[in-house]
Design a protein around this ligand. Structure first.
Ligand SMILES: [Zn+2]
Length: 468
């Protein structure tokens, strides 16, 4: 892939990139995140490839609507090209509703740059497919004919999603628009449960919900795992805190639910948490986001330039094994002084003198002690805050993010660790690097990974609504 980038006089990032069989011309508004969805991409000579949709947007507010949208497409490839463009425009409208909520036809037209008649035509098709409904009229329609309100039918296409934790499993059914239809969790019987027993517990949990992966409205199964995952087939290379190595988890799940392997999407839990917070949580509209997942282990999910940054083999973000304390404790990875040995759940409970209990309830108990003035608990939380800031400072120097979102146990810890964390962070950051960074608690809490997994599963419907 080749790419070159320049900044236009209009303040938008202009890019030209080659993807397989097409040159794409891309602009991305830096001031209005909504416009990032609708920026211009003109595919010059070849059809856009399926899956490259985020680079393929037809019509843009940056290039004011002319009413010529897809009908202006060159006729060189006739119906095939028109069909591709139509699917993209259908997806464009559906994604607007998915991320921004109900909107009038006129608002959809203003956001996407598509003409009024085109929006009406596309909305009719989405209504016919059962993905959206129209009701009422917009009070802000202004002069002219009233503009009906378009709403998603969230349950028309759903993702069945699961998060595997060290000591618990959560499952949910999440529809278009982030609508949580069902959500439940179960504690695992002990630590380091085998993959086979874990899959059995996942199957029992999911079968208790009204909608499973084989339901006609289910698009697929998404699973978040605290380990290194090969996304192509859901193979878990290693998950130190689960005690797993070389587990064909995707295959086990496909077999357990009797679904094709390509309907099972397994990802690293921090990567999926970043997607969830970026699309629906504390990082909405941010092009550069780091999500720190704090559980027994620590992981990071990265969004760079509005896109997930997974690394060459898909294993980027193992921030928990970044060295922060050369004199630190041994880590499950075989090294010592890793970040997660200083700020993970075990580190907090150990520092607070807690034995034999773990999980969010144990963390909450420590925070209750802090609020009651307990000296040992207060010192433990301050120590965690210091080491948290050391790591966040390193990451900030490296990546210059707009926002760092703290998830997992770090979310409830946030108000207690904020001050020592920021002190340690700013002591290590070069001024201009750290000044614009916001460090915030997760907005989605324990659901961030589930929402991220749902976004990954539902992406196929957003890319081509005609598949439903
Ligand atoms: Zn380590």
């Amino acid at each position: 892939m080749a790419a070159m980038v320049a900044v236009s006089r209009a303040g938008c990032l202009m890019g030209v990139s080659f993807r397989g069989d097409a040159w794409a011309y891309l602009s991305e508004c830096q001031t209005n995140p909504r416009q990032r969805m609708t920026c211009v991409t003109r595919v010059s000579t070849a059809l856009p490839r399926r899956g490259a949709r985020q680079d393929v947007r037809m019509d843009s507010p940056a290039a004011p609507a002319t009413g010529k949208d897809e009908r202006s497409a060159p006729a060189t490839r006739g119906g095939a090209r028109a069909s591709v463009v139509r699917r993209h425009n259908l997806g464009l409208l559906l994604e607007c509703l998915h991320l921004e909520g109900p909107a009038s036809r006129s608002e959809l037209g203003a956001t996407t740059g598509l003409s009024r008649s085109t929006v009406a035509d596309l909305v009719h098709e989405l209504v016919r497919s059962g993905l959206v409904v129209e009701d009422g009229v917009s009070p802000s329609s202004g002069p002219g004919r009233p503009s009906p309100i378009v709403r998603l039918r969230g349950s028309a296409a759903v993702a069945v999603v699961v998060e595997l934790g060290v000591d618990a499993v959560s499952a949910a059914v999440i529809g278009l628009g982030g609508d949580v239809v069902d959500h439940r969790s179960v504690q695992l019987a002990g630590m380091r449960v085998s993959p086979e027993d874990t899959v059995r517990q996942v199957a029992d949990l999911v079968r208790g919900m009204d909608i499973g992966p084989t339901h006609p409205r289910a698009v697929g199964l998404g699973v978040a795992v605290p380990g290194l995952v090969r996304r192509a087939d859901g193979f878990v290379h290693v998950a130190p805190n689960l005690g797993w190595k070389d587990v064909a988890l995707g295959g086990l799940l496909a077999e357990a639910f009797d679904v094709p392997l390509d309907r099972v999407r397994v990802g690293n839990e921090a990567d999926l948490g970043a997607v969830g917070e970026h699309r629906r949580g504390a990082g909405r509209g941010c092009g550069h986001l780091v999500f720190i997942s704090g559980e027994v282990g620590i992981g990071a999910g990265l969004i760079i330039g509005g896109q997930p940054m997974l690394g060459a083999a898909g294993y980027a973000g193992e921030a928990g094994h970044m060295l922060v304390n050369p004199d630190g404790r041994p880590c499950t990875c075989g090294s010592s002084g890793c970040w997660e040995t200083e700020v993970g759940e075990s580190a907090l409970l150990r520092a607070a003198g807690v034995r034999d209990v773990r999980g969010l309830a144990a963390v909450d108990a420590v925070l209750t002690r802090v609020m009651a003035g307990d000296a040992a608990a207060t010192a433990a939380v301050a120590e965690i805050g210091h080491w948290l800031g050391v790591g966040v400072g390193n990451i900030t120097n490296l990546l210059n993010p707009e926002v760092v979102v703290l998830g997992g146990i770090l979310q409830p810890l946030f108000p207690f660790v904020r001050e020592p964390m920021l002190d340690a962070m700013h002591a290590r950051c070069l001024g201009p690097v750290s000044q614009p960074v916001r460090v915030v608690p997760s907005a989605l809490g324990t659901s961030a990974q589930l929402h991220g997994a749902a976004e990954v599963v539902l992406a196929s419907v957003l890319a081509d609504p005609t598949t439903r």
